[in-house]
Ligand binder design. Structure first.
Ligand code: S3P
Length: 450
């Protein structure tokens, strides 16, 4: 698993035109939620298209440890026999969530209102990330937590024996925190209310309603308020996990920056809380079209067609779009470096507490490859060199961060000299088929240094 084996350096070289169809795996956010909600329902939930990346497999193992029966029945096909709301049993061992912030934070929420004690840990990246943002609202329900300094893992949580419902204004734009509070609210009596001042991805609200919970969403003066009625019986579901727009971002971006490319990326969910990158790329002048636009399972879906776009211009990304593209800033900064002029990204301090400090990781890696970057606590700016101008030639640190590794491999496809990432192993957390998929389109990746 990532972070535990030997590093796997990988080098990316300037590619010939990318051509073909990129079949993207299932959405990571929805895959975690499918397993967790399936485990909290009564009866059998069947899932197809589950992302079988390391992060999600950790969540599957965790749900087993809490007492659910979780089995793989085919490729991407899974069955979950749930134990019902409040039915989690105490795990016999530590829950290791690997690299997965979403996994650990959602599972903490799901267990925090049941009278059991659980110890959580993860890899070096996850052990450096703040968990107080989840344990603070869990304390309001009556749960207690003991972790390392700074609210870091390993951490033990004792779930509330007599949970009380909570009204909580989420202090940062975080779908993970919002979701943890909602999942905890399932086993509290009465109504739990979560208010977010900036709308973040809404999969938990949508899926809770799909499982039969009573969920009401309204826009109020304080923000977007979600009211959940506790103690529902969740009904098992058939879930078809849509394809991940955050993973689709890599072949789309690569096609835009590699001369002569034309790539089709079918069936990508364009839920407005997730699709900010694609709007931004179009604002920059990308030749990116939505073909066959339709609705599936109540969500907008389209086939993305991306063609080489030598006329892209740097822009100021609207800060109110940040939550809808928070995971896509690393790959956007790669596109920005081959666009003409500056791209300014503001309102993005959450990037500093992802799998790595993504502003620092991208800024250092881009500079090493000849791109000028300026940065502050919650903003950064990339000076685009224009098509065919990025020098490349450096090795960058992936810092146990899948999206940093994939972004720099995409940069190498358009740079003059090869770009190496010191460790491509973390890519398996979210997109295990990334390298074969990209090389199938025409990318030139080799194991080891240049
Ligand atoms: C996620 C929420 C986001 C995102 C992460 C997935 C989710 O994290 O970065 O990759 O599935 O809820 P934050 O809640 O920290 O913004």
């Amino acid at each position: 698993m990532s972070g535990h084996g030997d590093p796997q350096p990988m080098t990316s070289r300037r590619a010939a035109p990318l051509q073909g169809v990129a079949e993207i795996p299932g959405d990571k956010s929805i895959s975690h939620r499918s397993l967790i909600l399936g485990a909290m329902a009564v009866g059998e939930t069947r899932i197809s298209g589950l992302l079988e990346g390391e992060d999600v497999l950790r969540t599957a193992a965790a749900m087993r440890a809490f007492g659910a029966e979780v089995t793989q029945t085919g490729t991407g096909a899974w069955s979950v026999h749930g134990v019902g709301v409040g039915g989690f049993g105490e795990p016999e061992d530590v829950i290791d969530c690997g690299n997965a912030g979403t996994g650990v934070r959602l599972i903490m929420g799901a267990m925090a209102t049941t009278d059991i004690t659980t110890t959580f840990t993860g890899d070096a990246s996850l052990r450096s990330r703040p968990m107080g943002r989840v344990t603070d609202p869990m304390a309001l329900f009556g749960a207690r937590a003991w972790g390392r300094s700074g609210g870091r893992l390993p951490m033990t949580i004792k779930g509330a024996r007599d949970p009380i419902p909570v009204r909580y204004v989420v202090p940062m734009p975080s779908a993970q925190v919002k979701s943890a509070v909602l999942l905890a609210g399932l086993n509290a009596p009465g109504q739990t209310v979560v208010i977010e001042t900036e709308a973040t991805r809404d999969h938990t609200e949508r899926m809770l309603a799909g499982f039969g919970a009573k969920v009401a969403v309204e826009d109020t003066e304080e923000g977007r308020a979600i009211t959940l009625t506790g103690h529902p019986e969740l009904n098992p579901q058939f879930i078809e996990v849509p394809r991940d727009p955050s993973s689709a971002a890599f072949p789309v971006a690569a096609a835009l920056i590699v001369e002569g490319s034309d790539v089709l990326v079918p069936n990508i969910g364009l839920n407005p809380t997730r699709a900010g990158l694609y709007e931004t790329l179009r604002d920059m002048g990308a030749d990116l079209t939505y073909e066959n636009a339709r609705e599936e399972g109540g969500e907008p879906v389209a086939d993305l067609r991306a063609r080489y776009s030598p006329d892209m211009k740097g822009i100021e990304v609207p800060p109110d779009r940040a939550a809808s593209m928070i995971d896509e800033y690393p790959i956007l900064s790669v596109v920005a470096s081959v666009a003409e002029g500056r791209t300014l990204m503001r309102g993005v301090k959450e990037l500093r507490v992802k799998e790595s400090d993504r502003i620092d990781a991208m800024a250092k890696g881009l500079r090493a490859n000849g791109v000028a970057v300026d940065e502050g606590e919650d903003w950064w700016e990339v000076e685009g060199i224009g098509p065919l101008g990025v020098p490349g030639g450096a090795t960058v640190m992936a810092r146990l961060d899948h999206r940093i590794a994939m972004s720099f491999l995409c940069l190498g496809m358009a740079a003059r000299d090869p770009v190496t990432v010191d460790d491509a192993a973390p890519i398996a957390t979210s997109f295990p088929a990334f390298a074969p998929l990209m090389t199938g389109l025409g990318a030139v990746f080799t194991e080891g240094a240049a």
